[in-house]
Ligand binder design. Structure first.
Ligand SMILES: *[C@@H]1O[C@H](CO)[C@@H](O)[C@H](O)[C@H]1NC(C)=O
Ligand SMILES: *[C@@H]1O[C@H](CO)[C@@H](O)[C@H](O)[C@H]1NC(C)=O
Ligand SMILES: *[C@@H]1O[C@H](CO)[C@@H](O)[C@H](O)[C@H]1NC(C)=O
Ligand SMILES: *[C@@H]1O[C@H](CO)[C@@H](O)[C@H](O)[C@H]1NC(C)=O
Ligand SMILES: *[C@@H]1O[C@H](CO)[C@@H](O)[C@H](O)[C@H]1NC(C)=O
Ligand SMILES: *[C@@H]1O[C@H](CO)[C@@H](O)[C@H](O)[C@H]1NC(C)=O
Length: 375
């Protein structure tokens, strides 16, 4: 064995000893060159973002519903939290409506039966009733007398290229609403619905309490459902319901979408997995169509979110890495899974520079390893 190989072996042993102690140090994003998740060994993500809605007491404001269509679209943000750059640089609160798409007599794009408008008034911070010292974000959708108001925020960037995104959330409300976390890439023309790229986590309040839907769109065309695009499954593990708080996770990696609930695998779809850079969207809505159903007049449904976390963008665009390539682009590998503090990464493996430092601290191990090679 030549010296370089011996040294590499010794350094690897040394860093493995450090790791075997089981304690990963909390670190900061500035110290992480890439992130590995505990579900994908071959994909490394280059960026990390964390939005914590749990201690925004200064921003609590549960606004009264606005029963007027124009005022719903024109409503201001409910708190300056949403206009601060930390939020607004990444997310854009929507006020579009389906009135251009909808044709109540005949439409091939949507089977909506209700006019729906997204309102900034339906996105706000409120007290967490189960953790009264804390707050959460709420997305609200309301069935008004003659229209539906909804809530949606979209990423400003349309260029998320693979990701692992998570939220701690729950959904509340009567049948007829959809709440969702998804990636979206619009088709080149709105009519080309077969060219949409989209991976969805959706809760349908018309579903039984322990059902959840996972889809790589398109899930239907003008004549039929597309087999294999959508999985309507029961929650993994017993006793879980969409009305309870849980950690929901979607991993979009080259060639597949995978969903987890509280760390347990819930579904995996390779068919029609999105390929190209996409937006990230959260919403709560209903349009009276066949997917959402119709909420009773005067009723309200909610998507409530305590935090959102994402690692995104592959460290290389093909999603494949040789070990050498990885080491050249990514010295310090971090994890958001192995952490003891949600939102704060831990350093799981340090590159050569840090490995040398580690090895020096572990010089008895280094010496022992070298000796064993010599013998
Ligand atoms: C939507 O919001 C923008 C500001 O973000 C505003 O200029 C526009 O008028 C709103 N649209 C409607 C239909 O009110
Ligand atoms: C509805 O759409 C179908 C298919 O595009 C068309 O054949 C039919 O004439 C339309 N009906 C009305 C009332 O527009
Ligand atoms: C992901 O990476 C691409 C290519 O480097 C870049 O253009 C894009 O802005 C990145 N996406 C985000 C959300 O930063
Ligand atoms: C999912 O399956 C359940 C049980 O069969 C059913 O009640 C529900 O309507 C289904 N939901 C969707 C969206 O297909
Ligand atoms: C709709 O999807 C079905 C199932 O994949 C397929 O057989 C059919 O040809 C598609 N129809 C159209 C109009 O694309
Ligand atoms: C992966 O990490 C998540 C936390 O992000 C955890 O809930 C889950 O149990 C872990 N899965 C495995 C297989 O270690």
């Amino acid at each position: 064995m030549d010296l370089a190989r011996s040294l590499t072996f010794a350094l690897t042993s040394a860093s493995m000893v450090a790791v075997a102690r089981g304690e990963f140090a909390l670190t900061t994003d500035s110290n992480c060159h890439c992130y590995q998740t505990n579900a994908t060994q071959s994909n490394y993500f280059s960026h990390h973002r964390f939005f914590d809605f749990r201690s925004l007491q200064d921003h609590i404001n549960v606004p009264n519903p606005i029963d007027n269509w124009d005022d719903s679209a024109g409503a201001p943000p409910t708190s300056d939290y949403f206009t601060n750059s930390q939020f607004a640089d990444v997310w854009s609160i929507q006020n579009w409506s389906n009135s251009e798409l909808i044709d109540l007599d005949n439409s091939t794009i949507t089977d909506a039966t209700l006019q729906m408008v997204n309102s900034p008034n339906n996105i706000y911070i409120e007290r967490d009733e189960q953790q009264p010292d804390n707050t959460h974000l709420t997305l609200r959708t309301i069935r008004h007398h003659d229209f539906q108001s909804a809530a949606e925020f979209e990423s400003v960037s349309e260029k998320y290229h693979f990701l692992s995104m998570r939220m701690e959330a729950r959904t509340q409300g009567p049948p007829g609403a959809v709440t969702a976390m998804f990636t979206y890439r619009a088709p080149p023309n709105p009519e080309d619905t077969d060219l949409v790229q989209e991976a969805d986590l959706e809760f349908l309040t018309r579903d039984p309490p322990h059902y959840v839907s996972f889809t790589n769109q398109p899930a239907w065309n003008s004549t039929s459902d597309i087999p294999g695009a959508s999985h309507n499954v029961t929650f993994p593990g017993p006793g879980r319901r969409w009305s309870d708080w849980a950690e929901y996770r979607m991993d979009w990696t080259p060639g597949s979408s995978t969903w987890f609930v509280d760390g347990e695998l819930a579904s995996h779809i390779t068919f029609q997995a999105p390929r190209d850079p996409s937006q990230v969207i959260f919403n709560a809505w209903s349009d009276g169509g066949s997917w959402s159903g119709r909420m009773p007049k005067g009723s309200t449904a909610y998507l409530q979110i305590r935090w959102i976390e994402m690692v995104y963008n592959n460290t290389d665009s093909h999603g494949q890495h040789s070990k050498q390539e990885k080491q050249s682009t990514c010295e310090n590998v971090c994890s958001i899974d192995e952490t003891s503090k949600i939102g704060t990464p831990v350093l799981v493996s340090a590159g050569y520079r840090q490995a040398v430092q580690t090895a020096l601290l572990w010089s008895p191990v280094l010496v022992a390893s070298l000796m064993s090679l010599v013998v």
